[in-house]
Design a binder for this molecule. Structure first.
Ligand SMILES: Cc1cc2nc3c(=O)[nH]c(=O)nc-3n(C[C@H](O)[C@H](O)[C@H](O)COP(=O)(O)OP(=O)(O)OC[C@H]3O[C@@H](n4cnc5c(N)ncnc54)[C@H](O)[C@@H]3O)c2cc1C
Length: 362
């Protein structure tokens, strides 16, 4: 499983998607998932672009709808982030119940929970920066609902290691599993994991019936926890060369779109703000991946510093950036992002959002 950063390989990955196979197999470890999220999360390609490609395939509705719906989940979480802002950092709908700690199980971090499929997937996350959606749910479930860790720090740990780290999809999915952004908690037992993740384990702490989960004691292996602490190692600044007569297109960890205002002559700067990476720390691998992706942007320069410092260096140049909840302090001209549907704003559930999107689809 690798994630090349060049545009040709990314385009090939888009062309390789098979919506029909996807719908039938996406929950399985070897299912036909797209592995496009690292490119979508970093803003290299948009959900709209992938959606358009699916429409161009001209498949019957029932063959393409599952993938379209999954893509719409990302837009949905982004809309929630736009409306709720930093409130997504706290329990959104209900306080997470039965919390015993605000840290991360050490056995999870060290990939030695004893659930083989989970430990293999965690090691793969460290090696590749990717994890299957179903596995993310299993991990969030044992962490929040069996170890009784509050979701926030474990979500930070997972986000920090994912190439596709997207705080809205991440924090809100963790909350969904923990019952803080849903009406019930999500559980999966060993049988479920064996079934979807090609393992054949028994006699583990997950080898129980669903009725047993509510009253289950935390197994000793999950009782030891540690705080998640990570300082992102940002590169050192090189001399920035800016032409104050030209506008400055400001790229960020969430916007590395090489086609954005491509036809305009402009300064192009990827800003890595220390304050942003203090709030949303990432490991070296995702940071290096983002830096590699930025090389697709012609003339890009990297600046480590805060937006107001960049603005001072740019003098009279007009700053231009794409809308994003982490850019609220940017000043200048804001471009809109691409969305799949015209449906905007907060919906209390994905299905309320999807109902409106689906009308535009049909
Ligand atoms: C606990 C947890 C944490 C998560 N953290 C992140 C995260 O930090 N960043 C991230 O991008 N996604 C996150 N997701 C959502 C989902 O797991 C990934 O988007 C998906 O696994 C990416 O792999 P893929 O591109 O092969 O997905 P595919 O299954 O091929 O789906 C195609 C695209 O649809 C979108 N998508 C699919 N499922 C979801 C979903 N459940 N929520 C939102 N968008 C979805 C993605 O853009 C994805 O690229 C998380 C899910 C859970 C349960």
């Amino acid at each position: 499983m690798n994630f090349p950063a060049d545009l040709k390989s990314i385009q090939e990955r888009v062309l390789a998607i098979n919506p029909k196979k996807y719908g039938a197999s996406r929950n399985h470890k070897s299912g036909s998932v797209t592995r496009l999220s690292p490119y979508i999360a970093r803003g290299v390609i948009s959900t709209r672009m992938v959606f358009q490609h699916i429409l161009d395939l001209d498949l019957p509705y029932f063959h393409s709808v599952k993938l379209i719906q999954e893509l719409a989940w990302r837009d949905y979480w982004q809309q929630v982030w736009i409306v709720k802002g930093n409130a997504i950092d706290s329990d959104l709908k209900h306080e997470q119940s039965a919390v015993s700690n605000h840290a991360v199980p050490t056995a999870l971090i060290q990939a030695r929970t004893g659930i083989e499929a989970i430990d293999i997937a965690t090691q793969e996350l460290y090696n590749t920066g990717y994890m299957h959606n179903h596995m993310r749910m299993y991990i969030a479930s044992i962490t929040c609902n069996i170890s009784h860790s509050h979701w926030f720090q474990p979500a930070q740990w997972m986000y920090a290691n994912l190439l596709d780290g997207d705080w809205a999809s991440n924090a809100l999915s963790w909350q969904w599993v923990a019952g803080a952004n849903a009406n019930k908690k999500y559980y999966a037992n060993q049988e479920n994991i064996n079934n979807f993740f090609e393992s054949d384990q028994s006699d583990t702490f997950l080898d129980v019936s669903y009725e047993q989960f509510e009253t289950m004691e935390t197994p000793p292996i999950l009782k030891v926890t540690e705080n998640f602490e990570l300082k992102t190692e940002l590169p050192t600044n090189k001399n920035l060369v800016l032409n104050a007569q030209l506008p400055t297109c400001v790229y960020s960890y969430y916007n590395l779109d090489p086609k954005w205002r491509q036809d305009k002559t402009a300064n192009r700067v990827l800003i890595l703000e220390p304050s942003f990476f203090t709030k949303y720390p990432v490991a070296q691998k995702p940071l290096d991946f983002a830096l590699s992706l930025s090389e697709n942007i012609e003339g890009i320069q990297v600046f480590v510093g805060e937006f107001d410092e960049l603005q001072k260096l740019a003098g009279t140049s007009t700053m231009i950036f794409k809308e994003h909840p982490t850019n609220l302090h940017f000043k200048g001209t804001q471009d809109e992002r691409d969305w799949m549907f015209s449906v905007k704003g907060f919906f209390p559930s994905f299905f309320a959002f999807w109902k409106k999107c689906n009308k535009e689809l049909k």
